[in-house]
Design a protein around this ligand. Sequence first.
Ligand code: M6R
Length: 612
Amino acid sequence: MCGIVGFTKKKYRSACCLEVLLNGLENLEYRGYDSAGIAVSDMEHQELKLCRAVGRISNLRRVVEEEKPEGSCGIGHTRWATHGKPSVENCHPHLAEKKTVAVVHNGIIENYQALKLQLQKEGVHFASQTDTEVVAQLLEKQYCGDMKKTLERVLPQLEGSFALAILDRNQPDTIYCARRRSPLLLAKGEDGAYLASDISALLDYTRDVWYIDEDSIAVLTPEEIMFWKDGEQQFPQSVHINWDSSAARKNGFDHFMLKEIFDQPTALRDTLNHYVDVEKGIIRRETMPFTMEQAKALKRLTIAACGTAYHAAVMGQSLLEQVAGVPAMAAVASEYRYSTMPPMEGEVFMAVSQSGETADTLAALTHKKAQGLRCLALSNVIGSTIAREADHVMYTLAGPEIAVASTKAYLTQVLLFEILALDLANLRGVLSDEELKVRIAELAQLPEQVEAILASKKTVEDFVQTQKNCHDIFFIGRLMDYASSLEAALKLKEISYLHSEAYAAGELKHGTIALVDESCLVVVTATQSVVLEKTLANMEEVRARGAELLLLGHFPVDHPHDCTVWNIPACSDQLAPILTTVYAQLFAYYMAKMHGCDIDKPRNLAKSVTVE
Ligand code: M6R
């Protein structure tokens, strides 16, 4: 989705404003976009200069090289079209009619049509079809000689969500910002002050950032950043982001997705060591969201999330029920945000989100918070909106995830559910300290087991070469294998554009088996011992319809199943779906590569979906 960057440079520092903006936009490319632009305040000529282009940032770079705008203070934007097609006119930044104000915006101004109509009646001419342009026009029209005061007057007129960065022609070294339900962070560096919608744009310059409160305004000059809310100046604390900028580079891999698949052993190790003292075989109490009393009082955990994070929630639901005996319910956040179910006594809510910015997940959390429920979050991004809104956050330590297709975030989310389930089981008295030690020892083996699967990537690559003509793929499994099948199917469809579906293996014959014939590949995941024979029987049903079979699980070398088998290292049933997922990720990756797809930036998708 859209990305924002901004920079205002200190005098006599060597940094180049244009380069900071363009580099920042390049670091936001992974979010998905269709056009990009920058605006700089040209002090000498007292004007705001725009450069905009459709397509990649390389196109924008060409425009910048041709037009050579000058300035040490500017804002930039990558646009993912919502209102109006991708075109130069619709591209941000938007200038107001008299060119005194330039605006970049993430989010949606829901009442823009009414505002636009009113402005048009007052004689304002619009140059684009976007909702954003009304903000620029309103600011110019209602300007009172002080941009902060003007913003305080304009913001209450806007409905919807926004992160705004604004240049005022009269103050060529200042950037004004405001936000409501869209992320925006600010930072000071040696060369000046920065802003961005996402830390990835700033990792080359700083790690200490400030988040702006909901409905607040921030004013950036090269020397300082000031925060305002309801007319009062605020003094928020900065947050240190412990990410390495090299973690946001490909480091020799062809794609971020492959690099992130290979990051997984480290991501699992880092996450595990943060929450668990592996040597002592104990969970670090201070990192956990429940005291013994709270754990015993817990009657239900409702978990809302979207996409891959939802699949982690489905896995979490099984783990919490099986390991800790806690009734749990995974819900799709875009539906659950409209749930009319009253809260239950003893219920706790949890939002799961890699980015911590997904609009539907945030809305579900806000809804449950308003009902008075205790709200937890599981997120990968420190200080993200969901993390800040929750009463307690469990962070995955996966590092920056750049590829649109989530891999390492998912695996660490599932690991956190494993740890949470073990902790709750221990606190509720269903798992002894000794049993906990054994389970932690199993968890500690996961990183090496993932490494073992990664070492067999050639097996996956070779198999994929035999699937050139395959266009329909079904993933089937039971219990936790069904949950991992959901994720396997999503991974494949989002990056390879092949038709893939996940089914609870026993459900197939209630309709969908009608689609199965010799042109299909059916991937059977069979790791759950309690239903193993039943899953294998379902496999025979699809074999009988001529489908090609790929079987994931632990099977002896001389297994009787006449099909390709990919074995995972020996582990408990509860950990097996983590390991089969690694095969599924590699399978999706090599299928997409064989079909020549844009793996890191799949069509129509954005990394972080910040609109409903
Ligand atoms: O940042 P979030 O975890 O909230 O994102 C949720 C989904 O948008 C995300 O998982 C999406 O499904 C990915 N493309 C999956 O690979």
